[in-house]
Design a protein around this ligand. Structure first.
Ligand SMILES: [Zn+2]
Length: 874
C-alpha cells in the first residue's frame, strides 16, 4: 500500500518546482518560511525512482519473520461483565529463534497495560516498553539473550475488545477476538456468554502473544468466573477451585504446541454431556433445551474420530474433543484445538435433524482441521488452503465413507458450483496459494475451500488411493506440530510416489483458473475410427493450458455395459485422439471418473445422453444426463428413462426424477400416482418422500388424500415430508389444508411455518394477518425472505389501503431496527419493495416509498447497502 502523507505531497511539489526552473500554479503557493520549517525532514525516496515507474512489483504477502520464539503461554483471566473487559495476567516464556536479541515485539490489541516485567528467580524486574497504535507492544529486555537462553515476561493488562479503535479497516470491529453476549443479563431471550474467535489474528485482542500462524506455544489458562458459569478451553481441565469471594477458578492446560489463533474460551450456562472415545473425553455443550439432542447436533463424533485416525494413518493427536454451540457467533464454526465453537444454527431437535447432513459436514470439517490446521498449520495466510482445502475434502471423505461415493459426489458438485460462482460469475479467479491477496480475510473464499477440495480429489484420483493416503500420512508425520507451505505437501507426495509433481502443483496450486473444455466425439463408419477431440478454451494468458491425464470409457452395442478403458493425457490446447473401433459406440465417457475441475461444453444426441444416464456409474454423469433430457419426455423412451430414475441408487437423483417425471395417458398417470404414493411412504430418504408428495400435489388427484393424511399424522416423520404432504393437500383441497394449518402452527417449525405462509398468502383473508406478526421471528435465512413475501402477497390480495398503510409501518420498523438480524431486515425491506411495485401509481405508493427509503438510509451493513443500491429507489 502506498500512503501519501502531507509531507510527501509538499516535497513533491517542491521537487517539481526545482526541475522546471519556473513557477507554476501549485508551487507558487509555497512560501519560503514553510520550506525552512520542513528542511530537516528526510526526502521521501519515491522521488529518485521515477525512471523505474514502468516496473510494477506484484503485491507479495510473505510469511512473518520470526525473531523470538514463544514457548509457553500462562494466562490468568477474570472478567468485568458490565464494562466488557478482561482483566489479565500473562506469563510468556520466550527465547530468541536464532539471532541474539535484546528486544521483543508482542501483539496486544486495544489493551490498557499495567505492568511489563521480566521474571527472574521468582522476582519481577520492570522493563521499559513502548505501546504503539494500541497494537504493538515493544519491550526492551534487560540484556541481550542468545538462542540457548529462554526468559519469562510478565504482562498485566486489561483487554477492552469493545473499545478497539476502528483503524483503517472497518473489519476490526468484527475482529474483536473476545465477545460478551448479554453481559448485563437484561435480555430474557439470550443466555449470558463469553466466547472467543482467534482466526486470523484476533487472539491478541484478549492476550499478548505473537499472533501469527507460524508461531506455536503450549498453553495454560486459569479462568475465574462466578460459580454458576461453566468454562471451556483448550486441553484438559487440571483443577477447579472455589474462591473465598464465591467465584471459581478453572485451570485448563494444553501440553502440545499449537498456534495462538487456535486458543479458545467459552463461558456460559451450558448443558454438558460426555462420552468416551479411545480413553479420551468427548464433550458436547448446548443450551439446556437442546440437552437431549446433543448427540444428534454433533452427529457421529466418535465414529468420525476413528475414521479420520485410520484414513490418515495418524491417530487423533490431542487429549480430548469438545464441541460447543454459542450465541451470535461471528463465523460458522472454528477448529480451536480440542474446543470447537459452532454457531447456534447447529441447535436443532432430533426430528429436525432427520437426514440432515449439514451438521455432519460441519462437524467433519472442523474435526479434519485437527490434523490439517491444528497439527500442521499453514505457515502464512497465503497458504491457508493447507488448512481449508483439507477440511473441505474431509467432508467428502466422511460422506463417501458413510453414505457412499454418489452422495459424496453430489456434495462435491455443489462445492464446484460454489467455486465456479466466484471464478466465473463474479470473474474473481486467483491462484490457490495466493501471495497477492489484498486482505488476509479475503483468503477465506471459494478457492481455499471449494477449489482446494476439488484439487485434492483430482490428485487422489491421479495417484490412486494407496499413494494419496500414504502421502498424507507422510506429510502429517513429517510436519507435525509445525507450520508448512504448499511445497512441503508436494515434496511429501513426491517422496512417497517417486514421481515429480511440479506440473500438477504449478497449474493447480500456483496458477489461477481452470480448463474450459470443449468435447467432441465422432465416429467414422468408413475408416472404423472413433475420434475424441478436446480443446481448452480458457484465457491461458490469465491461467495456463492444463495437463490433464484422464480416462475414456468406450461403450459399444456388442460389449453392452462393459467399456473399453483408454488412458489419455491432454497437454496441448487442442488435441485429437483416434481409436480404431469396429462398430459405432453407444456412448463414450470422457473423464470416466468425472474428477476434472473444468467447465465442460459438449454436444450429444438425446440417445447419447440417455445412454450416459444408463451406462455411467458416476453421479455427475447421471445427473447431467437427466438435466439435458428432462424436457424431452414427449418421447416415450425419454419418459421411461425418468421412470427408471425414480429408482436410482442416489437419492438426489430420485428426488430430481420426482420433480420432473411426466405421464401422458390416463393409464400412465394412474400408474405414476401409484409409484409416487409408494415412494412417498417408503423411500428411505426424506427429501425423496417430500419430492414425491409435491409431485402428487401437482398431479392433483384426490385419490391420494388418505395416504397423504396418514403421512401428516406421523409424529416421527421429518418436517420436510410433512411440508411436502401439506403442499399436496393445498393443491387438492384448500379447505382441508386451512383446517390442518391450525394444527401445524403449533409445531413452530420454520419449514412448516413457511408452508402455512404460502397457503395464507393466497387467501386474501385478513384473519390470517396475525399469523405473520406472531411467527416472523421464527423464520430464518432465505425462509425469512419468502415468509415476508407471502405476507406482502396477502396484503395486496386483501386490498385495503388503510390496512396496508398500517402494516407498512410495521415493515419499516422491522427493516430498520438494527436489533433484528440481517435476514429479517432484508426480508422486510424486500416486502416493502414488492409492495411498492404492486401499488404503482395507487394511493399508498408514496407512503410505501418513504418507508422503504427510511429502511435503506438506516442500514449500516455494507452487504445490504450494496444490495439496496441496485434497487434504484427514488
Ligand atoms: Zn475450516
Amino acid at each position: 500500500m502506498v500512503q501519501i502523507s502531507k509531507k510527501a505531497l509538499f516535497w513533491g511539489s517542491l521537487m517539481g518546482l526545482a526541475m522546471m526552473g519556473t513557477s507554476c500554479k501549485t508551487s507558487s503557493k509555497v512560501k519560503k518560511e514553510e520550506v525552512v520549517e520542513y528542511i530537516d525532514y528526510e526526502l521521501e525516496p519515491v522521488e529518485v525512482t521515477a525512471n523505474r515507474l514502468d516496473f510494477d512489483r506484484a503485491v507479495y504477502n510473505p510469511s512473518y519473520t520470526r525473531r523470538n520464539d514463544l514457548l509457553h503461554t500462562d494466562l490468568e483471566v477474570r472478567f468485568d461483565w458490565n464494562k466488557k473487559y478482561l482483566l489479565g495476567k500473562a506469563k510468556l516464556t520466550i527465547k530468541p529463534l536464532f539471532y541474539p536479541t535484546d528486544s521483543l515485539r508482542l501483539d496486544a490489541k486495544g489493551f490498557d497495560i499495567q505492568k511489563v516485567a521480566i521474571l527472574q528467580g521468582g522476582q519481577e524486574k520492570k522493563l521499559q516498553y513502548k505501546y504503539e497504535d494500541q497494537k504493538n507492544l515493544f519491550i526492551q529486555l534487560d540484556r541481550s539473550y542468545s538462542r540457548e537462553e529462554s526468559y519469562q515476561i510478565l504482562v498485566e493488562y486489561t483487554a477492552k475488545p469493545d473499545e478497539l479503535p476502528i483503524g483503517g479497516s472497518a473489519a476490526i470491529t468484527a475482529d474483536k477476538g473476545l465477545y460478551f453476549i448479554n453481559p448485563d443479563g437484561k435480555n430474557p431471550d439470550k443466555p449470558q456468554q463469553i466466547w472467543t474467535q482467534g482466526e486470523t489474528e484476533s487472539s491478541s485482542c484478549w492476550f499478548p502473544t505473537i499472533d501469527r500462524p507460524n508461531e506455536r506455544t503450549t498453553q495454560e489458562i486459569k479462568i475465574t468466573v462466578q460459580d454458576r458459569f461453566q468454562t471451556l478451553s483448550n486441553g484438559l481441565l487440571i483443577s477447579s477451585r472455589k474462591n473465598e469471594d464465591g467465584s471459581r477458578t478453572d485451570h485448563w492446560k494444553m501440553e502440545q504446541n499449537h498456534a495462538p489463533y487456535l486458543f479458545m474460551m467459552a463461558i456460559g450456562e451450558f448443558a454438558r454431556s460426555t462420552e468416551e472415545w479411545n480413553g479420551k473425553l468427548l464433550e458436547y455443550y448446548v443450551e439446556a433445551e437442546y440437552a437431549e439432542h446433543a448427540k444428534a447436533i454433533f452427529p457421529q463424533t466418535p465414529e468420525m474420530l476413528s475414521f479420520f485416525s485410520a484414513r490418515l494413518g495418524y491417530d487423533y493427536p490431542w487429549p480430548k474433543y469438545s464441541q460447543v454451540v454459542v450465541r451470535d457467533y461471528v463465523s460458522g464454526a472454528m477448529e480451536n484445538t480440542t474446543g470447537v465453537i459452532f454457531g447456534e444454527y447447529m441447535q436443532k431437535t432430533s426430528r429436525e435433524l432427520i437426514d440432515n447432513t449439514s451438521n455432519e459436514g460441519v462437524v467433519a470439517h472442523e474435526m479434519m482441521h485437527h490434523w490439517f490446521g491444528d497439527l500442521v498449520t499453514c505457515e502464512s495466510w497465503a497458504n491457508l488452503p493447507l488448512n481449508e482445502s483439507f477440511a473441505n475434502y474431509g467432508e467428502y471423505l466422511w460422506f463417501e465413507h458413510r453414505y457412499g461415493r454418489d452422495f459424496a459426489d453430489y456434495k462435491r458438485m455443489n462445492e464446484v458450483r460454489g467455486y465456479m460462482n466466484q471464478a466465473v460469475l463474479q470473474d474473481d479467479a486467483h491462484p490457490l496459494i495466493h501471495y497477492g491477496y489484498e486482505d488476509k480475510e479475503d483468503m477465506f473464499d471459494a478457492h481455499s475451500y471449494n477449489k482446494g477440495g476439488a484439487i485434492l480429489h483430482m490428485l487422489r484420483k491421479y495417484l490412486g488411493d494407496d499413494a494419496f493416503f500414504e502421502s498424507l500420512k507422510h506429510y502429517l508425520h513429517k510436519n507435525e506440530y509445525s507450520a508448512a507451505e504448499a511445497d512441503e505437501l508436494r515434496l511429501a507426495f513426491e517422496e512417497v510416489t517417486g514421481e515429480d509433481l511440479n506440473w500438477f502443483f504449478n497449474q493447480w496450486f500456483y496458477k489461477a483458473g481452470h480448463p474450459k473444455l470443449n468435447i467432441k466425439r465422432s465416429y467414422s463408419d468408413s475408416s472404423k475410427t472413433l475420434v475424441v477431440e478436446l480443446e481448452q478454451t480458457q484465457d491461458y494468458s490469465q491461467s495456463t493450458v492444463f495437463i490433464l491425464p484422464m480416462e475414456l470409457a468406450i461403450y459399444t452395442p456388442s460389449a453392452g455395459d462393459l467399456p473399453i478403458i483408454k488412458q489419455i493425457r491432454m497437454d496441448q490446447q487442442k488435441q485429437r485422439f483416434e481409436f480404431p473401433l469396429d462398430e459405432a459406440p453407444t456412448w463414450v465417457a470422457v473423464d470416466r471418473e468425472r474428477m476434472l475441475l473444468a467447465e465442460r461444453a459438449e454436444e450429444q444426441s438425446k440417445e447419447e445422453w440417455a445412454a450416459q444416464y444408463r451406462l455411467s456409474a458416476r453421479f455427475q454423469d447421471r445427473y447431467d444426463a437427466l438435466q439435458k433430457i428432462k424436457y424431452d419426455q414427449g418421447e416415450e423412451k425419454m419418459r421411461k428413462l425418468f421412470w427408471t430414475a425414480l429408482q436410482d441408487p442416489a437419492w438426489p437423483i430420485r428426488a430430481m426424477a420426482c420433480d420432473y417425471v411426466k405421464a401422458q395417458s390416463e393409464e400412465e398417470t394412474k400408474s405414476l400416482i401409484a409409484k409416487l404414493s409408494k415412494m412417498a411412504e417408503e423411500d428411505p430418504h426424506s427429501q425423496v418422500r417430500m419430492a414425491a408428495l409435491q409431485q402428487l400435489g401437482r398431479i392433483g388427484d384426490a385419490s391420494i388424500l388418505p395416504t397423504v393424511k396418514k403421512i401428516m399424522a406421523n409424529q416421527e416423520e421429518a418436517y420436510s415430508v410433512i411440508y411436502g404432504a401439506f403442499k399436496a393437500i393445498q393443491q387438492i383441497d384448500q379447505n382441508l389444508a386451512l383446517e390442518l394449518a391450525k394444527e401445524l402452527e403449533q409445531e413452530q417449525n420454520p419449514t412448516l411455518l413457511m408452508g402455512i405462509a404460502e397457503l395464507y398468502g393466497q387467501t386474501g383473508d385478513r384473519q390470517y394477518l396475525p399469523f405473520f406478526s406472531k411467527n416472523w421471528q421464527k423464520t430464518e435465512n432465505y425462509g425469512a425472505i419468502s415468509f415476508f413475501g407471502q405476507y406482502q402477497k396477502l396484503l395486496v390480495a386483501i386490498a385495503d389501503d388503510n390496512l396496508t398503510l398500517e402494516k407498512v409501518k410495521t415493515l419499516k420498523e422491522i427493516g430498520s431496527n438494527p436489533k433484528n438480524d440481517l435476514w429479517h431486515r432484508y426480508a422486510a425491506a424486500n416486502a416493502l419493495y414488492d409492495l411498492q411495485k404492486a401499488y404503482f401509481e395507487k394511493a399508498p405508493y408514496e407512503e410505501i416509498q418513504k418507508a422503504l427509503k427510511t429502511v435503506i438510509e438506516k442500514e449500516e451493513n455494507s452487504n445490504l447497502k450494496n444490495l439496496y443500491q441496485n434497487w434504484k429507489v427514488n
